[in-house]
Ligand binder design. Sequence first.
Ligand SMILES: *Cc1c(COP(=O)(O)O)cnc(C)c1O
Length: 412
Amino acid sequence: MPSPIAVADPQVAELIDAEIVRQHDTLCLIPSENHVSPAVLAATGSVLTNKYSEGYAARRYYQGNAVIDRVETLAVDRARALFGVEHANVQPLSGAPANLAVYAAFLDPGDTVLGMALDAGGHLTHGWGVSVTGKWFRAARYGVRRDTGRIDLDEVREIALKERPKLIWCGGTAIPRTIDFAGFATIAEEVGAVLAADVAHIAGLIAGGAHPSPTPHVDVIATTTHKTLRGPRGAMLLTREQHARAIDRAVFPGLQGGPHDHTTAAIAVALHEAAQPAFSTYAHAIVANAVALGEALLARGFDLVSGGTDNHLLLVDLTAKDVGGRVAAEALERAGLVGNYNAVPFDPRPPLDPSGIRIGTPAITTRGLEPHHMTDLARWIDDAVQAVEAPDTLDRIRGEVTELARAFPPPA
Ligand SMILES: *Cc1c(COP(=O)(O)O)cnc(C)c1O
């Protein structure tokens, strides 16, 4: 039977089918992407998308929310249990709005925020200039050490003492190493700042016990739900009872209108899946694959920022391979390996054509790839970045990649 989309709108149906083929026949190495389960996908496509439910459970501005209240309460309870927090807000529409809600909860415009610099691995919303968080607030930044490629907490402390931020962010988008939440907490306490951990990338690793939890150390945890946590596109704010009201009021009515109830249901499903023992196995397998891929790349003469990884991602500095990040990423895509170009710390090249690529293992681990596959992957990556001007070679690799991809289809 043709899908309702094919009947109603063949053009869109065709595009969705093309995307299904693309996702099946290539390997996704983007560390912030994943393949959700059929159950998460079905919840996302459910009739809950029809409902308006501004407010919170039992405090709505619309009638007809008895079922939605139970869905949201279920998601909240599961988030609290999985991350061991007192309070959860599952309504933020995505990671960036969730982070904005943290500012709205704790800061006034003009207050100082301290975050990791974007070009060192932080996120736009941690006070970078092109983001409103860098325009409406006074932003100070920390980076990584040039010699280690790692965050230096002594430097963070020095900057915090000088800048006196009201809010400190830890976490980011291109940090291949474990985040020392306790170390950040000591600094935040010393300067009297609110400490927020943005674990968008590593939430699934934390849930599965493959990365230490920020819960005992921070005031608020912000996370997306669609990266390693393998849920729908959405976000959560997790906090102590003490901050519950401030966070809830910042999300609604501070920033948002009605929550996306279909997303809330899909978050509930993803949290249920993440609470199963199999998810812990998955989280550890992500890291094992990243470590194996890192070792295979090092053996081929690649230069990894910080020398390797503790988590799901590798930041590869291509300077030694004499190829720019952008052309490398384009060559890799032609070879069926979809990643992204990325700045490396102290990058001399411009942001739109930086020196590195960022590679992650969450999606390929979902498909069932194992450490022994990583030698092939490293070989293909090596061959592809050296074949940026040899389309025939890239197409040859593409054939091998597609063969492996088809042997390990995404969940369906
Ligand atoms: C992905 C990400 C975000 C933003 O999430 P969106 O859903 O894209 O808005 C925020 N912070 C970090 C650290 C991220 O990795």
